[in-house]
Design a protein around this ligand. Sequence first.
Ligand SMILES: [Zn+2]
Length: 275
Amino acid sequence: MIEMPEAVTISGQMQETLTGKTMLHFSRGQLVHKFLWLSKTAEEYDAILSGKQITGASSYGRSIYLYMGEEHLLWFGELGGRILYHPQGQPLPVKYHLRWDFTDDSSMTFNLQMWGFVSLLERSELAKHPYAEVGIPPLSDRFTPERFDQLLEEYPEKTKKGIKGFLVTSKHINGIGNSYLQDILFRAKLHPTRKIPTLSSNERFKLHAAIQNTMAEAIKLGGREDERDLFDHPGGYTRLMSNQTVGQPCPDCGTLIQKISYLGGACYLCPTCQV
Ligand SMILES: [Zn+2]
C-alpha cells in the first residue's frame, strides 16, 4: 500500500513531470477490480477531464492529489498498486485498471493492488469531504511530542487495542500503514500489542521520534524497495522488520525476528527488544 513516503515521492514526480500536460482521454483498462472505487462513471471522468491542463500535484499523508485545471482534482487515496508514467513511444503495461492519455502522446496508467479509490472532485468538494485530510501527517509542524501525547490520550480504543491500532487504523495520524509501522515500533522498542496507558512518557517520546525519523529517512530514499515510483523504479528504503527478514537475527540483539498476526495483519518484530 502507498504510505506517506511513497505519496510524497510520487506526487513530487507528478508535479515535475505532469504539470502543464493537457488531458486527451481517460479510460478504463481491460482489468476490472471490485475494490477500485471511482466517484463518477468512467465516461463522466473522460468528459470532465478531456482538455483540462494539469496544474500540479501534492500529497497529504497517504493521499496523492493531482490538480486538473483550476477547479478539479484527482484524489488517489487509501490505495495500493502502481501509478506509472509512460513517455511518448514507451509501450504501456499489458494490463492496467485506469489510463490517462495526454495530448503530447504520453500516458499514465494505474494498476490497483488490494483496494483503493481514485476520486474526481471539485476542489471545494475536497474541503467538505469527511475523509479528506483527516489526521496529522507525521512530519507536519503540528505533530509535536505534546500533540502526540494528547492524541494518544484521545484515542477511544486505548484500553482495548494495542499501539498498532492507534498508529495504523485510527484517524489521528495520516501517513503510516502496516509496512513502516513495523520499523517504527522496532526503533521505539515497543511491542505492537502494548496498550497506550502502559506507555511511559519516555516511551512516548521515543515513539514520536521513531515515527518522524523513519518517515524522514524513507522520504529521502524515495519510499520503500517493494514499492515503485511514477517511473517504475523501486524505492531505496529497506525494511528492517518484514516478511523478508522474518527468521533472521535482529540487527540489535541477534534474536530471530518473529511474525505474529495482530489487528488484521502480520506484524514482524524482535521479541527480545520489543516489549
Ligand atoms: Zn532484538
